[in-house]
Design a protein around this ligand. Structure first.
Ligand SMILES: *Cc1c(COP(=O)(O)O)cnc(C)c1O
Length: 522
């Protein structure tokens, strides 16, 4: 029997499976131990019969391959099973509760999936003539209309491909506006709160601004006095997240907007948390100059594992002229895209282009389906339920876990590790024990403003039964930690295909290529 855990880069730390978990095959029930597809290779085995093709060396100009193609030889059922099992190893929102704070892992309605796969949409090519894609352009234009309406903003740039990319778009618009005012040399500083998502300071720095951080107060909000003290004629703008990364509404946001504007700066709001307020508050009414939306968070779209997303950026009257190309215009022939800066209309000064082609069509389709199938009332209901669910967790767990900031939270609830104090169990250990219980852990150690953060975002999708099961599990784990059962937590996870990975080595010395074992070469 081959032990496939040997010689692999991801062998469990401690080198063993859980006690009592050994089986003859190495599989555990439906959890299959399986070699890599290359290790299952048999020379000459194939799922298809292809006729021999007469190859003309003359036409290949001497480029004919000399060796084997290097693909694994497998039968069709082997391939089907391999990929089916791989898909089952993945934890996704379709397999269970996924309370990853800040990431908004909500249910992806099948209606959106169906629409995104319709032949007329799924098979579009970005270089098709405008006359053949009028429906697709109308879809993007309608989505833009919904976004502007929900945000109370006059303009939106649709092309950014993710939240961080939307930030870049917004900050480049700010930079262009400042250059236009002739203040590029003087307005070089951007204020960013301590609790900001890491992408905020990174974006400001990427645009050539220096970043100045603003502390949080003991209510988990921006310290407004500290912010005002840092404002001045060298400030290009402020980047703030509302609701912030502690899941709290920045109650002094109007005051902040006024102060930034009075100092001649622009107000960037990170709108990744729009799902907490959609239908209830319009960012435009809060004095915001630009804000990206994570369509892939607020309006569904499967986006685990890094893709795909869309980060349309809404712009105020002051920044609208600088919106990047491409953008949609209506004229006598219907809808078309303005693709080049030189073709911009009267008074428009696009800062350039930040993406090839026109935006993330698949995400646009899903977002519009989500909006239209919910309707205005439904969107308000979804943000209300998201906030209700987070506060339910807060109320049901707050007495045994520790909540750093008092009061009602928004769509996510933040705990710190004070409840684990003196137990020897860390936030990481606690999260690993949750995996054995079948729950994807919450976001850990972010935001940085509290110690050992545990940030949970249940979203509106989850039922009371799911939340109750989660609460019961976390309460039991908390009790176990406080009872001093440290080893239980240090050994977790026990029931996963791999246990604790050596993440440092994996990051420093990534093994990105499979190389055949030496004996196979003989
Ligand atoms: C997710 C998130 C981002 C970044 O969005 P991406 O789509 O991952 O680039 C930025 N800010 C906040 C607050 C977020 O939650």
């Amino acid at each position: 029997m081959t032990d496939f855990s040997q010689g692999r880069t991801n062998v469990p730390m401690g080198g063993s499976q859980a006690p009592g978990a050994q089986t003859v095959s190495g599989s555990r029930g439906l959890e299959f131990a399986e070699p890599l597809i290359f290790e299952m290779h048999h020379e000459g085995r194939t799922g298809v019969d292809l006729p021999d093709v007469p190859v003309s060396d003359a036409r290949l100009n001497g480029m004919r391959r000399q060796g084997p193609v290097g693909l694994p030889g497998l039968s069709e059922p082997q391939v089907v099973r391999h990929y089916t099992r791989l898909s089952q190893k993945n934890y996704g929102i379709d397999s269970g509760f996924y309370p990853l704070g800040s990431c908004t892992m909500k249910h992806n309605p099948r209606l959106g999936e169906k629409a995104a796969r319709m032949a007329g949409l799924g098979d579009l090519h970005p270089l098709q003539p405008f006359s053949t894609v009028q429906g697709a352009l109308e879809l993007v234009d309608t989505l833009a209309h919904w976004i502007k309406t929900l945000c109370g903003m006059p303009a939106v740039a649709m092309s950014p491909a993710a939240g961080a990319h939307g930030e870049l778009c917004g900050m480049m618009a700010i930079k262009a506006a400042i250059e236009d005012r002739g203040e590029a040399a003087t307005r070089t500083r951007v204020l960013v709160p301590d609790s900001a998502h890491g992408t905020n300071p990174a974006t400001a720095a990427a645009c050539g601004f220096s970043v100045d951080s603003i502390p949080a107060n003991d209510r988990g909000r921006v310290d407004v006095a500290a912010l005002k003290a840092k404002l001045g004629p060298d400030v290009a703008g402020v980047m703030l997240t509302n609701p912030n990364t502690c899941g709290l509404f920045e109650t002094e946001i109007l005051d902040i907007a006024d102060a930034v504007h009075a100092a001649g700066g622009y107000f960037y709001c990170d709108g990744a948390n729009f799902n907490a307020i959609v239908g209830r508050v319009r960012p435009g009414d809060l004095g915001i100059d630009c804000m990206h939306l994570n369509l892939h968070k607020t309006f569904a779209t499967p986006h685990g594992g890094g893709g795909p997303g869309a980060g349309p950026t809404v712009l105020s009257d002051a920044l609208a002229p600088y919106a990047p190309v491409p953008y949609i215009v209506h004229d006598a022939k219907g809808l078309r895209l303005v693709e080049r800066q030189a073709d911009a209309g009267e008074g428009e000064k696009p800062f350039g282009r930040i993406k090839g082609f026109h935006g993330q069509m698949g995400v646009f389709i899903r977002a519009l389906v989500y909006m239209m199938s919910h309707g205005a009332e439904g969107l308000l209901q979804s943000s209300t339920d998201a906030v209700l669910n987070a506060n339910y967790l807060r109320a049901r767990l707050g007495d045994v876990m520790s909540v750093p900031f008092d009061g009602i939270c928004m769509h996510e609830v933040l705990f710190d590790d004070a409840f684990l104090h003196d137990t020897g169990v860390t936030t990481l250990d606690f999260a690993k024990a949750m995996i054995d219980e079948g729950f994807h852990p919450m976001t850990m150690y972010f935001p940085l403003v509290v110690h050992g953060a545990l940030l949970m975002e249940p979203t509106e999708s989850e039922s009371k039964e799911t939340l109750d099961g989660y609460v019961a599990t976390l309460r039991a784990l908390t009790e176990r930690a406080k009872a001093g059962d440290v080893q239980f937590f240090k050994d977790a996870p026990r029931l996963t295909p791999r246990r604790r990975l050596d993440e440092t080595t994996a990051a420093r010395k990534p093994v990105l290529r499979w190389t055949p074992p030496v004996e196979d070469n003989a």
